[in-house]
Design a binder for this molecule. Sequence first.
Ligand SMILES: O=C(O)c1cc(=O)[nH]c(=O)n1[C@@H]1O[C@H](COP(=O)(O)O)[C@@H](O)[C@H]1O
Length: 286
Amino acid sequence: MTSQDTASGAPEPFGARLRRAMDTRGPLCVGIDPHASLLADWGLNDDVAGLARFTRTVVEALGETVAVFKPQAAFFERFGSRGLAVLETAVVEARERGALVLMDAKRGDIGSTMAAYADTFLGKDSPLFSDALTVSPYLGYGSLKPAVELAKENGCGLFVLALTSNPEGQEVQHAVRADGSTVAATMLAHLKAENAGAEPLGSFGAVVGATLGDLSAYDLAVNGPLLAPGIGAQGATPADLPTVFGDAVRNVVPSVSRGVLRHGPDAAGLRDAAARIAADVAAAVG
Ligand SMILES: O=C(O)c1cc(=O)[nH]c(=O)n1[C@@H]1O[C@H](COP(=O)(O)O)[C@@H](O)[C@H]1O
């Protein structure tokens, strides 16, 4: 029996594992985004060795304290198969340190292809097996079904793009459907249905940018986690969270990448930055 299995043999759902991690470690998610410019700032080459050094430093510095790591797959994929090997190692080592791994790969495709993406990131025997995956529902929420099913089977979660932190997202997400609801509200409604009855927290989360201001027009009570990127480099602060999320703030997983990573390569610098942001989140969220 692995630490992820319940007494019945069924894997413990991601939502329950995430809630526990948030309660014990605090809700902060640190993104692992090895931008070329960050590698240069850290005195590393923009090559596979630099990527590996950067990633290992972050995982070793924060793996015992943050609830969630969110490696951004793009920064590993740009180095091809050797970059993916670095990502595979990072996933295993982060999980060994007790952090949950949310793979930020933003996959989305027709259902039959989505099944292969799900196998890649949520398949028990995959070298990239992660606790959760970001997915795009813009081929229709139903196209995500294979990923939803595999996530349930393996105790994993999904984070569905609903209201993204970038201003360009509005032309799609704020579009009004024939029934009068916005596209984003429709995605949130799907998630609410998916998580109905789950305790203490559903496994199917929404991505909702911390940059977006008052979102009281949206029903964010989806009984699932709300990943909130945009803090730090994109201008949002922890103090914005109550305004953006209202009563749903308890389920928010604030996510910061460059705002922490720019304090490396010194491990103490990374730890201090993450601790400062975590304290600001705790003060804001209460
Ligand atoms: O899914 C995401 O994580 C995501 C969604 C979104 O709406 N906005 C957004 O910035 N992200 C990701 O969050 C990270 C933000 O990085 P920083 O701006 O450096 O904190 C990047 O990896 C983005 O790809």
